[in-house]
Design a protein. Structure first.
Length: 373
């Protein structure tokens, strides 16, 4: 009888042991699965965070680099309400940006990153401040790289780039330029080019429109504000812009091209301001007396191309494009400002002068003052 009881107790003990092991195994499996799920969700949270951060940084950097651009205008126009972007896909997730103008100087950027059903939020606060600046305060200024040819000369001015020296952005092949003329990591504003409808005194600018491509078959003098579809001056033509002591505005929807032996000349003691998608000079350019010429090229790619001859008080600006002077022969009293500048195998002598008051004003700029979640 005792033997049977012992066998029963052993049976019960075995069953209990199996049950305990089963429960323990299930608990370990359940714990392992929970830890795996938690690890996966933590990875998704990290991914969502960095996606949100990338979105916030891109918008904040855009405002810092283009404080007068269309995004700022959109945020200003929406005040006191917010501006929200559409969903932007990035990697295996996406982000949405909300920008809010909190007061006259502060902008809050909020970015929500999403990976599957996991979201993370990142915010950046930007503080606006007044900044005095002059667009043409350097002989050469670029957002990026500057290539100086062996015959490049700069007298009384500097060569500046927004990039740090560690990026080696300035290729100085010139024997005429000292290293102390090279400036790296400068703080500069590149405002978007806008076609003026008022002059510097606030008076309306009324343009005379000339349709089609302007190809003069004789020497011409232009002394009124003029709008062209495109300009292609060739042959031995001389186009004279007579400023009559004032500002003369020239707006060209397409390319402004001066080729062959053609020449554009500015007289009258005032300024001629040419606004065009791209400017191509293989002819000649000159100014006389106190006259000056400004070229504002708002296109991308090679917006400023000079292969001809310049002897002029001239400033050239490309807010989105590059400037290529490879092959030019020029004596320039002024500046060139572009995303990149290539002087190449040119013979160019810059003499730094003042900017005649163009873009010499106080404007808003932004700096990042706080990160948040």
């Amino acid at each position: 009888m005792f033997k049977k009881n012992e066998e029963g107790i052993a049976m019960i003990a075995a069953i209990l042991a199996v049950l305990v092991l089963t429960i323990l195994g299930f608990s370990l499996w359940n714990y392992s699965m929970a830890e795996t799920i938690q690890t996966q969700r933590e990875e998704m949270r990290m991914q969502a965070y960095y996606i949100a951060r990338s979105g916030a940084e891109s918008v904040a950097n855009h405002l810092v680099n283009q404080p007068m651009g269309p995004l700022k205008e959109e945020i200003d126009d929406a005040y006191p309400h917010s501006v929200t972007s559409s969903v932007v896909d990035m990697g295996n997730g996406s982000f949405i940006i909300t920008a809010t103008k909190l007061d006259s100087t502060t902008v809050l950027i909020e970015s929500v990153g999403t990976v599957e059903d996991v979201t993370q939020k990142v915010s950046i606060t930007l503080q606006g401040f007044s900044q005095n600046w002059s667009l043409f305060e350097h002989a050469l200024l670029a957002k990026g790289k500057i290539a100086l040819g062996p015959n490049s000369q700069v007298t009384g001015g500097s060569i500046a780039t927004l990039l740090p020296q560690s990026d080696n952005p300035i290729d100085n092949k010139s024997h005429n330029i000292n290293n102390d003329q090279l400036l790296y990591g400068v703080s500069a504003v590149f405002p978007p080019i806008e076609i003026p409808d008022t002059d510097k005194y606030g008076n309306a600018v009324v343009y005379t429109s000339i349709p089609g491509t302007y190809r003069p078959n004789s020497n011409q003098t232009i002394n009124t504000h003029t709008r062209f579809n495109s300009v292609d001056i060739r042959g031995n033509r001389i186009i004279t812009f007579d400023t009559k002591g004032n500002d003369l505005y020239i707006f060209c929807d397409g390319q402004f091209s001066v080729g062959g032996n053609a020449t554009i000349n500015v007289i009258g003691g005032g300024r001629t301001l040419i606004y065009t998608s791209s400017f191509d000079l293989s002819g000649a350019m000159s100014t006389s007396g106190n006259s000056g010429i400004f070229v504002f090229a708002y296109g991308s790619g090679t917006a400023l191309r000079v292969r001809g001859t310049i002897n002029a008080a001239v400033a050239m600006y490309a807010d989105q494009g590059t400037a290529n002077l490879n092959g030019a022969t020029a004596t320039i009293y002024g500046s060139i400002v572009a995303t990149e500048i290539n002087l190449g195998n040119s013979n160019v002598h810059f003499t730094q002068v003042n900017d005649y008051g163009i873009f010499n004003e106080t404007t808003n700029a932004y700096k990042i003052i706080q990160w948040g979640d």
